[in-house]
Design a protein around this ligand. Structure first.
Ligand SMILES: [Zn+2]
Length: 216
């Protein structure tokens, strides 16, 4: 599972909203209960209301969490580089990916799906407009190799990534938290991209081309 919601290149991180697990279990229990109850009965209507209330509570809590987290980051930074999730497909869930869905995906679609994902899309949107409000920018970076490149010696290998949490370079022995290594590499890749997109071109780029360069 996700142990960190956000990790910064300086090692700071934000834990995911913890109430989720507990509340999601409660929600799953209510949904099982509803499945057992007779359709249209008084009891099933009561359970449905409980489910709707809990669902609203979870959605509101997450929205609040995303707002607080994005406000805090936007307050202390002007340009923020993030992993382009379109490329890394971090939304893979329920034991499968979009291309090859796991067997639980169907069951978990609909009501649950909206709360199972960590809300990256909304988070990036919030962060982006808050940064732009202050004259800054959110820049999405292609995350290729960013989880397996050693930030100290530059050695690239899948074996550098020992587990979800641990990075240990088989070249130089550098060890660190894997998310932190990813964040450092995203920052570096983003800076290179920004430099190339603004000054590396032979002729001035159109706004559209620049945007494409930044977002790919
Ligand atoms: Zn190394």
């Amino acid at each position: 599972g996700v142990k960190r919601f956000v990790t910064m290149s300086n090692g700071d991180f934000v834990e995911p909203l913890n109430l989720f697990k507990q509340e999601l279990e409660k929600l799953a229990k209510l949904q099982r209960k509803l499945a057992r109850q007779k359709k249209g009965s008084r009891n099933s209507r009561k359970t449905k209301r409980k489910i709707a209330r809990l669902h609203r509570y979870i959605v509101d809590s997450r929205r609040d969490f995303l707002h607080k987290t994005s406000t805090k980051i936007a307050k202390n930074h002007s340009i923020v580089y993030v992993e382009d999730l379109k490329v890394s497909n971090m939304s893979a869930s329920a034991g499968g990916t979009k291309e090859s869905p796991g067997k639980n995906v169907r069951q978990k679609s609909g009501l649950n799906r909206s709360i199972l994902d960590q809300g990256w899309y909304s988070f990036f949107q919030m962060l982006s407009y808050k940064l732009e409000r202050g004259g800054g920018k959110l820049i999405k970076v292609d995350p290729r190799n960013t989880s397996r490149t050693c930030p100290r010696c530059g050695f690239v290998s899948a074996e550098n990534r020992k587990s979800q949490a641990t990075f240990a370079c088989i070249g130089c022995g550098y060890r660190s938290n894997a998310d932190e290594v990813g964040a450092i590499n995203i920052l570096r890749a983003g800076r290179v991209r920004l430099a190339c997109g603004t000054s590396g071109a032979v002729r001035p780029l159109s706004a559209g081309t620049q945007r494409d360069l930044l977002q790919h």
